[in-house]
Design a protein around this ligand. Structure first.
Ligand code: ADP
Ligand code: ASP
Ligand code: MG
Length: 692
């Protein structure tokens, strides 16, 4: 079960609700969902005024009713529209009576509308009444109520529950406090042991300060529960402080994401150790707070704060230091100026832009990468503001680690006098360093190294891979790596695994993320076979030449049998959201099965005799084609195809690769074509993955 919560701005209009429904729909295709919603933005404020009988409260009611009617009119047609309008009118009849806790109706209105819309879209939906299930100040009873409500309805795909509202122990309707929908979501998540708790809001996660105060604010990718709580408790409204406890107790990470930019990873709050130093700035009442982690040098912090405030002529009272928190009392009208200065001092001038790179595999690609990092360091720093440092390298026998950085020309010596790299020694050593902003780069062709990705990601180390064996693993393993990356807030990137530096995966991911429906992908991705098919010489001579030039795998039959193309197809398909496994791919090898028996020498001997010939208009094509009759919704196959001039792949030369994607957005296909191999090209793609 996943819990997704959307705040008031995320559902403020019919257009916004449509975005929300896309996000919920995509989630519901993966697993069941509990959808928790706030009231539409501004609604709770207005209802509180209505409840209190403030002047002109009837105008507020009319304005609110108009907004809800407008949403309904835009979302529904026909009988559904009439029924929804009637339901809305009935709720407003109750609001007009101004019963106790009138503000509770905002969430009822929004969730009733959204649940109805989901049902119209054909989803099995159940609205849950949080006024019955959530008992204020009685977590145990709340969990039991929610668990049993969900347990009773196994056929339901999406539960929709109002946030914010509850009942008290006496049975009266009440609320969980302003901003309380976050807390509702955490209670629902903990009650069912959810696999994911996502708070969708109008900013890209928890940021170094409120972006409405300061546009320079940056997203904090990962935070410990404690640090997130400290920020929230001291004014970062993006997270309601009581939310943290139930999530932490249940061991569920809290993802905070932007409804208006869903592919932005936002912030993950979890069981992490924060980097020592400055976490973020918040303000509450008369105070500005600098949230910190670990032991900090208080004397130097005091000097820096004094300096900032003095230079900006800000009058401030004393500075208080507590564990993880520095409080500064600043008059309200000077707070923004103070925030600006403090943010600049602690978050913009920080020399925290160094990325430590650990490279596994020092073959052609690893070497090209080391050289490229050395050659391009000035340009990279100038263009991206980041400094890359080679902090460790391994080959098949040894590894060397230098946290301060290795120069490219020092790598060979360092490896020669390095440590034993058997098993997972290199990865263990990296994790032991607890490096910040580190990236592990897999340039090996190891079958087993992927098993270490999860531990690296969980330790906060990002992973970039050019090793396609690591990604074309059983889907369950692949999904675990992806989840580890998501939950840790680090990245796992592998653009290089298919088509070297060509942006194949990025383009497909873009379609998948924007709900563009992929109709077919044709990938001409076997460098060896493209080379052979486009050569004028005989098959055997070309193959020998290709092997000599290092274009083939050690046993060229891996390429000819389609295994390599299959791995690439699996990676492409998964990027498109299709859970493809090896067994789902139908392969017609280039040569019949007798060629695949015996040694490489036997194979060449047999080729001499058989002299197979191929035409220059043939291509080895891996394709994924939409097919509603197959269980995955797509059919995957790899075979030799004859192409004519109308086919984009007809124009491929040498070892070039191409993909041809047809989708709803690209009815005349998107074609990407270019150099598909070469160590320098691969290194450039890895570098791009590290920096982007
Ligand atoms: P929702 O209705 O989605 O729950 P809220 O208004 O409660 O949204 O919280 C999101 C708002 O929190 C943002 O629009 C932002 O202005 C404010 N905010 C305050 N501090 C921070 C911070 N450190 N990071 C991100 N947003 C913050
Ligand atoms: N609607 C409630 C509020 O405005 C709860 C929430 O949005 O989290 O406080
Ligand atoms: Mg909120």
């Amino acid at each position: 079960m996943q819990v997704l919560k959307f705040g008031g701005t995320s559902i403020a209009t019919a257009t916004n609700i449509s975005r929300v429904l896309d996000i919920v729909g995509a989630a519901a295709r993966k697993d069941r969902v509990i959808l928790v919603c706030s009231a539409i933005s501004g609604c709770t404020d207005s209802l509180l005024l209505v409840g209190a009988g403030a002047v002109h409260y009837t105008d507020r009611i009319s304005e609110l009713e108009d907004r809800h009617r407008e949403i309904i009119t835009r979302l529904f047609t026909g009988a559904q529209r009439d029924e929804a309008l009637k339901e809305c009118e009935d709720i407003f009849k109750q609001i007009k009576q101004r019963p106790p806790c009138t503000e509770a109706f905002g969430e009822i209105l929004s969730t009733k509308i959204i649940a109805r819309k989901l049902a119209c879209d054909g989803i099995e939906v159940q609205w849950l009444d949080s006024r019955k299930l959530v008992i204020k100040d009685d977590v145990k009873a709340t969990y039991a109520n929610i668990a049993s409500a969900v347990e009773q309805r196994r056929a339901v795909r999406v539960f929709v529950a109002p946030g914010f509202i509850a009942r008290d122990k006496e049975g009266s309707v009440t609320t969980l406090g302003r901003g309380g929908s976050d807390y509702s979501a955490a209670l629902y998540a903990a009650a069912v042991g959810a696999s994911s708790l996502q708070l969708w809001t109008d900013v890209p996660g928890i940021m170094t300060t409120n972006p409405k105060d300061l546009p320079q604010a940056r997203t904090i990718p990962r935070l410990s529960y404690d640090a997130a709580w400290r920020l929230a408790e001291h004014g970062a409204k993006v997270l309601y402080p009581p939310t943290v406890k139930p999530a932490q107790e249940a061991g569920i990470a809290i993802e905070i994401k932007n409804t208006f930019d869903p592919s932005n990873p936002g912030t993950v709050v979890g069981d992490f150790k924060d980097a020592k130093g400055w976490i973020g700035l918040a303000r509450k009442d008369d105070f500005i707070y600098l949230v910190t982690a670990g032991d900090i040098d208080t004397a130097s912090a005091r000097t820096r704060i004094n300096g900032v405030l003095d230079r900006r002529c800000i009058t401030w009272d004393d500075i208080s230091f507590q564990d993880g928190l520095i409080g500064i009392k600043v008059p309200f009208d000077q707070q923004k100026e103070a925030l600006k200065g403090l943010h600049r001092e602690f978050f913009e001038l920080e020399p925290n832009r160094t990325r430590r790179i650990f490279i596994a595999g020092y073959g052609a690609v690893g070497k090209a990468l080391v050289k490229m990092i050395g050659d391009t360091s000035m340009t990279v720093t100038h263009n991206s503001g980041k400094t890359l440092r080679i902090a460790g390298v391994s080959n098949s026998t040894h590894y060397a680690i230098r946290p301060g950085g290795l120069m490219p020309w020092e790598v060979d010596d360092a490896l020669a006098s390095g440590q034993d790299a058997s098993g997972d020694a290199f990865c263990k050593a990296i994790i032991g360093l607890e490096p910040h902003q580190a990236v592990f780069v897999d340039c090996t062709d190891s079958e087993a190294i992927y098993k270490q990705y999860e531990a690296l990601l969980e330790a906060g180390i990002s992973v970039v891979s050019s090793n396609r064996r690591s990604l074309a693993v059983p889907y369950a393993d692949y999904a675990r790596m992806k989840t580890a990356a998501l939950q840790s807030g680090c990245f796992l990137r592998y653009e290089t695994t298919v088509g070297a530096a060509l942006p194949f995966l990025e383009s497909i991911a873009m379609s998948a993320n924007s709900s563009d429906e992929i109709i077919s992908i044709e990938a001409v991705v076997s460098c060896t076979l493209n080379y052979i098919f486009s050569s004028k010489d005989s098959f055997i001579d070309t193959l020998r030449k290709a092997q000599k030039e290092g274009l083939t795998e050690k046993d060229p039959r891996t390429d000819l049998g389609g295994r390599d193309a299959m791995r690439k197809l699996i990676i492409l398909a998964r990027e498109a959201g299709v859970h493809l496994e090896e067994k789902d791919v139908e392969i017609e090898p280039v040569l019949d099965s007798s060629f695949f028996e015996g040694s490489v020498e036997d194979f060449y001997a047999k080729l001499e005799k058989a002299e197979p010939r191929f035409g220059r208009n043939q291509r080895f094509v891996a394709s994924l084609v939409k097919d509603p009759s197959s269980p995955l919704g797509y059919k995957a196959s790899i075979r030799v195809q004859t192409v004519d001039e109308s086919h984009p792949a007809y124009w491929l030369h040498g070892t070039d690769n191409a993909i041809i994607v047809r989708s709803t957005f690209h009815p005349s296909p998107l074609v990407i074509q270019g150099a598909g191999e070469g160590a320098r090209v691969a290194a450039s793609s890895i570098l791009n993955d590290i920096l982007k």
